[in-house]
Design a protein around this ligand. Structure first.
Ligand code: 5GP
Ligand code: ZN
Length: 119
């Protein structure tokens, strides 16, 4: 994927990011436009477009992504009060960057799960 993908470019070091955790297969960095006191993005270094592709294509890597997200939550002091882990997926999900990323959100009460009740 390489140069066409923003998050592949962050993995390659071509675009700067505030990295908070790195493993052999994953990278966690602060969101450039945080929506909560703590807002960290966790990605696999390998390019997958979204969580459905990752989960079906490489479940072990998906597990490593979750392990990194949990470690970030612990490092950021979120385990006591709780946090939200979110994968926006596709058009209806509001996904803007098509390299799968988990949003780790916390540090304050986050409000309802969705902005509107659509049921
Ligand atoms: P999505 O809507 O795809 O789930 O979320 C994309 C996220 O990436 C947004 O929260 C946005 O603020 C963040 N983002 C977009 N461009 C950059 C960037 O260049 N660096 C960082 N650190 N975050 C970015
Ligand atoms: Zn990518």
């Amino acid at each position: 994927m390489g140069n066409d993908c923003l998050f592949c470019r962050i993995v390659a070091g071509e675009i700067p990011a505030t990295v908070v955790r790195e493993t052999a297969t994953t990278l966690a960095f602060r969101d450039i436009d945080p929506k909560a006191p703590v807002h960290v993005l966790v990605i696999p270094k390998e390019h997958y477009a979204d969580v459905a592709t990752l989960g079906q294509g490489d479940p072990a890597l998906a597990g490593e992504l979750l392990a990194t997200a949990a470690a970030v939550a612990e490092d950021e002091g979120l385990l006591g009060d709780g946090f939200r882990l979110m994968f926006n997926t596709g058009a209806y999900g509001g996904q803007e960057v098509f390299h799968v990323h988990a949003h780790v959100l916390g540090g304050a009460p986050l409000g309802p799960m969705l902005a509107r009740d659509m049921a």
